[in-house]
Design a protein around this ligand. Structure first.
Ligand code: LMR
Length: 337
């Protein structure tokens, strides 16, 4: 071999070695930021994804989970994802409006889903998929839907009938459908980041709020709310999303492994969601700090009657066709409420 060829071979071998070493030393990092406690359906789902992703890629990927708004609050985390400061989030479906994906607010319509089975027909079917596709033009890829659960209402006064909401300041997520929901009850909705809710309830900045029991419990909101009504009036769940450029730029074998890890973490999260919420509600009950109100069939009927008009009111914002396609999927009939 000529001297020049030898040098070239040595240089390229060194390059491969250095590259290999560098690769082994610096895994691909996925920062996964979220706003809830670790001990919730989303918190546990994120931990499960981390475990599966790191194990199956044999350390080539490192998932750093940042719970409890440690890195970013609601609005900032979406901006951070688009800028590439974090790679993965699981915001509630009620928080996609400010991104310009208002259709996701369809999940906030009161009483549109009676149970998880009806909901899954949407999230795990073609409607769910087509909604995720809408995120791509925003530089975001939707990977999965993760469940939380059905919401309860809380306040310092008992909420048994729609009239009981009159004049109350209620904290909401940034969804216009949730805004309409509380206006239909005569309350004053106030958008606020999740991380600020406990303090706002404690100091009386707002009077009440809505959330699935897992959030009410882990954020200790029940300690500063005298009454909790088990109204199941609406659903709260998540879309797991990634920065599209980042995801598309992953080595194909890694991306495939991560897709598999996400599929299994999704099953895990959705399998535990109901039990986590039931357990949280039981803990709230056991604490004795809030009185738990169960609605009578007549009271529930009055809530439904007061709230169903929000569906029609929201047609302009989220699309009549989308709302009707969900009715078709779940068998919901507003006339029957
Ligand atoms: C909320 O802001 O109430 C929820 O979106 C929090 C969450 O992520 O469950």
């Amino acid at each position: 071999m000529k001297r020049r060829t030898l040098i070239a071979a040595a240089v390229s071998a060194a390059f491969v070695l250095a590259g290999g070493t560098a690769f082994a030393q610096s895994p691909i990092v996925i920062k996964f930021s979220h706003v809830v406690a670790v001990d919730t359906p989303k918190g546990k789902g994120a931990e499960e994804f981390k475990r599966l992703a790191e194990e199956r890629t044999k350390g080539r990927v490192k998932v750093e989970v940042y719970p409890n708004s440690q890195l970013y609050k609601d609005k900032e985390e979406l901006e951070a994802l688009q800028l590439g400061a974090v790679q993965m989030l699981a915001p509630s479906l009620a928080k996609f409006g400010p991104l310009g994906a208002r259709e996701f607010e369809v999940f906030d319509l009161p009483y549109i889903f009676d149970n998880y089975a009806e909901l899954h027909r949407v999230t795990q079917g073609p409607i769910g998929q087509s909604l995720l596709k809408k995120l791509e033009s925003k530089g975001i890829l939707g990977l999965a839907y993760w469940d939380n659960g059905f919401k309860v209402m809380s306040a310092n006064k008992p909420l048994r009938m729609p009239e009981d909401f009159k004049g109350l300041k209620m904290r909401i997520q940034s969804s216009k459908v949730l805004d309409a929901q509380f206006r239909a009850l005569g309350a004053n909705p106030q958008v606020m980041a999740f991380s600020e809710v406990y303090h706002a309830l404690q100091t009386g900045v707002v009077d009440g709020t809505e959330n699935p029991p897992s959030n009410l419990y882990t954020q200790k909101m029940y300690e500063v709310q005298k009454y909790v009504t088990m109204s199941d009036h609406g659903y709260l769940g998540y879309a797991v999303i990634v920065n599209k450029k980042f995801w598309d730029g992953l080595p194909p074998d890694i991306r495939k492994t991560l897709d598999g890890a996400m599929k299994d973490a999704t099953k895990f999260a959705n399998d535990i969601a109901k039990a986590e919420n039931d357990k949280a509600m039981e803990e709230v009950r056991k604490s004795g700090k809030s009185e738990i109100i169960t609605l009578t069939p007549e009271q529930k009927k009055a809530w439904k009657k007061a709230l169903v008009k929000v569906h029609k009111e929201s047609e302009g914002r989220i699309g009549k066709a989308l709302i009707e396609s969900i009715y078709k999927e779940t068998g919901f009939d507003p006339a029957k409420l």
